[in-house]
Design a protein. Structure first.
Length: 173
């Protein structure tokens, strides 16, 4: 986990350095400047996604071998939806696909709804079962980290929109 996080941080610094070098040496304008600016913003979100993935991994390792307080169905579903968002946001950037970026942004509602559902389920378990609180909180933390990863994927998709249109978060360019 630590090696993964270090490698993510290293790539973050490498991309930032390349972007700054382009800004200083090429003095880009218009679309190129938007693209480099968006990339600088996106790497911050990518680094945070890596941090939250490492946090999830730490909790999973800690829970390894313990019987679960409930059948895990919605957390894996939430993970799949979040992974789709991150991959699709990156694909939208690489292919400059405005429609895909829009679908990622809209998909955040799916992940948010899953988070609320999981939270409600876990609150119910804590209320009903003595001794369920510790693991319920761990599972809630995993869900919250996934929800935040979805938010970062949304941010990336919004920066994709900016790099293409010049408008950010519904603003007019």
């Amino acid at each position: 986990m630590i090696q993964f996080e270090q490698k993510t941080d290293e790539k973050d610094r490498e991309i930032e350095s390349l972007c700054l070098k382009l800004l200083l040496q090429q003095q880009p304008v218009a679309r190129d400047l938007r693209l480099i600016s968006a990339a600088l913003k996106m790497i911050t979100d990518m680094e945070r996604i890596g941090d939250q993935a490492a946090d999830i991994a730490e909790i999973v390792v800690m829970l390894d071998g313990a019987p679960y307080i409930k059948r895990l169905e919605h957390i894996p579903e939430m993970a799949r939806e979040t992974i789709w968002m991150v991959k699709s946001a990156i694909d939208a950037f690489v292919s400059r696909d405005l429609a895909l970026a829009g679908r990622v942004i809209a998909h955040d509602d799916v992940v948010d709804a899953l988070f609320l559902h999981i939270k409600d389920e876990l609150i119910g378990l804590i209320e009903q079962r003595v001794g369920a609180g510790g693991q319920a909180l761990d599972l809630l933390m995993i869900a919250k980290y996934l929800e935040r990863i979805g938010d970062h994927a949304t941010n990336i998709a919004e920066w994709v929109e900016f790099s293409i249109t010049g408008a950010h978060k519904g603003e007019q360019a």
